[in-house]
Design a protein around this ligand. Sequence first.
Ligand code: ADP
Ligand code: ZN
Length: 603
Amino acid sequence: MDNIKKPKKPFIFYYVIVFVAIILFNALVMPKIAESKIKDVDYGTFMSMTENKQIDKVEVQYNQILFTDLEGKVVYRTGVMNDPNLTDRLYAAGAKFTSEIIEESSPILSFLLSWILPFLMFWALGHFLSKQLMKKAGGSNSMMFNMGNSNAKVYVKSSNGIRFADVAGEDEAKENLSEIVDYLNNPGKYTEIGASMPKGILLVGPPGTGKTMLAKAVAGESNVPFFSMSGSEFVEMFVGMGASKVRDLFKQAKEKAPCIVFIDEIDAIGQKREGRIGGNDEREQTLNQLLTEMDGFEGNNGVIILAATNRPETLDPALTRPGRFDRRVPVELPDLKGREEILKVHAKKIRVDADVDFLRIARMASGASGAELANMVNEAALRAVRAGRKVVTQEDLEESIEVVIAGYQKKNAILTDKEKMVVAYHEIGHALVAAKQTASAPVQKITIVPRTSGALGYTMQVEEGNHYLMTKEEIENKIATLAGGRAAEEIAVGAITTGASNDIEQATKLARSMITRFGMSENFGMVAMETVTNQYLGGDTSLTCSAETQAEIDRLVVSLVKKQYEKAKQILCSNRSKLDDLAKYLYQNETITGDEFMHILEA
Ligand code: ADP
Ligand code: ZN
């Protein structure tokens, strides 16, 4: 990984620069140093010193005369005159003729001074500068030299490795993956028969449902190294790097086989290639490299690739064909039992009151993902600490559900009295319509404490057990329940507010689905007008019908919602006194539980 190729050209330049610098140093600086020892005198002084026999050595050059006195410490210099008898006089005065009057310092020293010292100086300077540059570049420096190497993190088996037991619920997924664990533990059993393991397994499901955990658990259970990399990391920085990162990741993995390679967010690289204009070339190259690598290794070399995505429908078909990611393991949102187990798993990490009813909490947190449940347990622990308690109570956990789902309570948000009344009627309107339509779930709790999420009130519906099918009547009732808030405002306050926007959106969506996807309108029957394009992220849909049909659908949606709104209004009108009683109770107490609600309703 560290075999960095030294960039050759720059180094030659470096040497040339140092060489030139030394030449310049010798030409400009050395003479100055030498000259500092020379004393200029006039010719008369030279003549009188000659006469007085005060001259030791002398050098007559074409443009100057250098000489020393008897002590020999100072070098004198004077100009040249037309003086034909000078040599005779000097000779008579006993001067020694020489040609190297200045080079009297030791030749070794001067060599050191003129060649080695500057070289050392420039070398040190260069060294210092390059160090500074490295420091400046900081982390990115190592990245520069590591370009093209994958930074796949290696999770070598460790004692706190995640096991299947840590992943609560998700029994089908675990069962599916246990075959891989079995294969990694004793591959002989499989190769004997000639069966080969799938090379790639796709974990498919909404965010926070434990896909990463499951992949780690497979590695933990089979005691093999775990390489993990996110799809977006492949395409993050340099063009052309993604492909080489893939190559490198697989090279490392093959060396460490048997092992698990986990690619999170594989949709970042594995998106469908066709039909994209000016598409991301980089992503395409990365994907191609991934496909090549997957084809390149034999089925039984012990490298198992797990990949996670929440948008399986966007994946390129080449990626999901047999021999690549041909096995798909759904990792769905946990059901009631799953939620209870997840809560229990995470509650083990904190100190919980003995009589906490996890089932009740799981029931209240319908639709929450594993990650959200883990977050709730932590919020409950934080709440207990804030209250100065040593254990987490049922109340902490229940409150934390609301915190995670609806945002923190807004302590200082001020609702005017009138607003509070409107919100109370709105929320009771929902609940009353729901309660009066027998098939709809009763409410668990209503609060009108504003939340940071912006919701002014909050109705917690309780599902008893899991529903997988909904009848047409149930959907209609749900729409009526959603309309109940606005209907109550209209009946009791006589004005409608902006508070119903979310209800309106949901009701419209439901009504539209009934018509376009569930075949629940007489006009169209069993014809799909829409297809779901994004099953796991919000369920986006796209229309697949003509413009006239669209207009017809819009008309039907409007009349369907209108009909349910009228129904809600009618329910509320015929229970007007109950509506007032309940709203007043909620207005005064800010909270009403399901039991209190039923008590007042049945009184
Ligand atoms: P994903 O990869 O599906 O987005 P993760 O595996 O990263 O989700 O899960 C995030 C966190 O949520 C985990 O660290 C864990 O604390 C919690 N979590 C999710 N699902 C489960 C589960 N089934 N059991 C226990 N904890 C879970
Ligand atoms: Zn509402």
